[in-house]
Design a protein around this ligand. Structure first.
Ligand SMILES: [Cu+2]
Length: 325
């Protein structure tokens, strides 16, 4: 299965794409168990309190002819010990697995096989596989069945990394490195979302985790390290020249070329990705044309400006971007 199949798979619909109640990995599963435990305890408390209230309200309601004031109770030691001890026990029952899981969900100091630096930007995700020397954006490709260590930070405002079927939220704070790990049980696409309001484009700041086999992952890494640099078609070649001329290269990097912009997402392997602009559009030539024609119209607040390109420039640039594989 090659990168094109990964892209195809990334477009496959899921019934519950963003549900913490359908965990698909060990982190989300242990968090789901904590949710269930506290829910059961809370329901128990709710039922007990409601039943006691209903019983008292009915049993001691005022009746015609019953005008005597209720007798005042100053002290009932057994009751007071009871309603202190029971909540204490319930809290301990919740605290023990919570603390245990907190330790289990902290990544070790020495990162495991794959570790990724996740950097939040308004409104996209930079993904640096530091030890593998690969950088991409918005689609986090991982080998399934393995623990993936994440260290998360932000280039501007606070964002939050949330892929509900894999793990709860982790904030991305400027100037600070938070850590987390994820693992997917099965190959597939796990959809997520920036979960901390970060500006106009926040609602469109999707993250997609694409879990593949070890072999596919190795192939993907290899492809990202050795991308095809010179496009085959004349149109795409013209697009490559334009990429430098109209200023795309002042913001975007394409590995293996002289394009080393830093302000926008890395475009190496862009032709293999399933979506454009943090999951806002599916990656088709028609959508790419729309994107290049006026990015802020597609993604309000986008820091990629409208470059006032002509139709033929857009065609050439689209062919070039699609050729990046
Ligand atoms: Cu955000």
């Amino acid at each position: 299965m090659g990168p094109s199949v990964i892209a195809g798979m990334a477009g496959a619909p899921l019934r519950y794409p963003q549900s913490a109640l359908a965990p698909a990995g060990p982190v989300a599963r242990s968090e789901f168990q904590l949710i269930q435990l506290s829910l059961v305890i809370m329901l128990g408390v709710f039922v007990a309190v409601t039943a006691a209230f209903a019983y008292t309200a009915v049993r001691y309601r005022s009746r015609p002819g019953n005008l005597a004031p209720a007798s005042a109770v100053d002290e009932n030691r057994r009751l007071e010990i009871g309603w202190t001890l029971v909540p204490l026990i319930l809290l301990v029952v919740m605290a023990v697995p919570t603390v245990k899981d907190s330790y289990a969900l902290t990544p070790p100091d020495t990162p495991r096989v794959v570790d990724v630096r996740v950097i939040g930007h308004q409104f996209w995700w930079e993904l640096q596989y530091t030890r593998l020397g690969v950088t991409t954006a918005n689609e986090l490709v991982i080998p399934y069945g393995r623990k993936i260590d994440l260290s998360l930070t932000s280039a501007d405002v606070i964002h939050s990394f949330w892929v509900p079927r894999l793990a709860g939220k982790t904030d991305l704070n400027p100037g600070q490195l938070n850590t987390a790990w994820i693992q997917a049980d099965r190959p597939g696409v796990y959809e997520g979302q920036c979960a901390e309001y970060c500006g106009l484009g926040h609602a469109n700041m999707h993250i997609r985790v694409v879990a593949v086999t070890d072999r596919e992952f190795a192939r993907w890494v290899d492809g990202m390290r050795h991308p095809r640099v010179t496009p085959a078609s004349a149109l795409a070649k013209r697009g490559m020249a334009l990429f430098g001329q109209v200023g795309c290269s002042s913001c975007h990097t394409v590995a293996g070329t002289r394009f080393h912009g830093q302000l926008g997402p890395e475009l190496t392997g862009m032709g293999n990705r399933a979506t454009i602009a943090a999951g806002t559009l599916t990656n088709t030539p028609a959508h790419l044309r729309r994107w290049l024609a006026n990015p802020p119209a597609i993604l309000p607040g986008s820091t990629m400006p409208d470059l006032h390109l002509t139709g033929s420039q857009i065609s050439a640039l689209t062919a070039y971007v699609e050729s990046l594989r």
